[in-house]
Design a protein. Structure first.
Lengths: 111, 117
């Protein structure tokens, strides 16, 4: 079945470091891809999305590009801040409108 | 604009007691509704989803049940809680897709942290 695999955490970075969180997916057809962020004690918020191959989603300095050839949707940010500390979830929505989430990656940014 | 509410925010219940968590959505009609559970250190597990009033689909066998008495109300229940029911419960909604495909994302509520003692 369709699934999402993302890099295991936790990830600990210093402020202003470059961030990459890898995400790959398995799906039939053409899924939409999403990154959600969960701040401590809160629900999930949509961070960015891409609905077709080569689309780039971006928000709050984060970017991810839908790569169909490598079935990937890696999350990147050039300079992280302490306020970016959260759990990040990669997700897909398949042709049946089912959502599949990765296990989440906890990011801690130290000042 | 659309908003989604969940309550209570936190709950501590003894084993064997009943449970009722409520989720309501405002600002939209005919949404798809979802209940997820997030156990400590783990990802999201879809528990139930609903495409309309009285229509509930269960993803995994469990001690919980769900109901949708109104279009924008989704309730998660249990008659007798187990220790393993502890976790963070998230309600979500999405636009009901029309046609074969939809790119609509899901929007999540603030969550309810349930501790069963």
């Amino acid at each position: 079945g369709d699934s999402v695999t993302q890099m295991e955490g936790p990830v600990t970075l210093s402020e202003e470091a470059f961030l990459t969180i890898n995400c790959t997916y398995t799906a039939t057809g053409y899924p939409s891809l999403f990154w959600y962020v969960q701040y401590p004690g809160e629900g999930l918020q949509l961070l960015l999305k891409a609905t077709k191959a080569d689309d780039k989603g971006s928000n709050k300095g984060f970017e991810a590009t839908y790569r169909k050839e490598t079935t990937s949707f890696h999350l990147e940010k050039g300079s992280v801040q302490v306020s970016d500390s959260a759990v990040y979830f990669c997700a897909l929505k398949n042709n049946n409108n089912d959502m599949r989430f990765g296990a989440g990656t906890r990011l801690t940014v130290k000042p | 604009s659309q908003t989604i509410h969940q309550w209570p925010a936190t709950l501590v219940q003894p084993v064997g007691s009943p449970l009722s968590l409520e989720c309501t959505v405002e600002g939209t009609s005919n949404p798809n509704l979802y209940w997820y559970r997030q156990a400590a250190g783990r990802g999201l597990q879809l528990l139930f989803y609903s495409v309309g009033i009285g229509q509930i689909s269960s993803e995994v066998p469990q001690n919980l049940s769900a109901s949708r008495p109104q279009d924008r109300q989704f309730i998660l229940s249990s008659k007798k809680l187990l220790l393993s029911d502890s976790g963070f419960y998230l309600c979500a909604w999405s636009v009901r897709p029309s046609g074969r495909m939809s790119h609509y994302e899901q929007y999540f509520g603030p969550g309810t942290r349930l501790t069963v003692t």
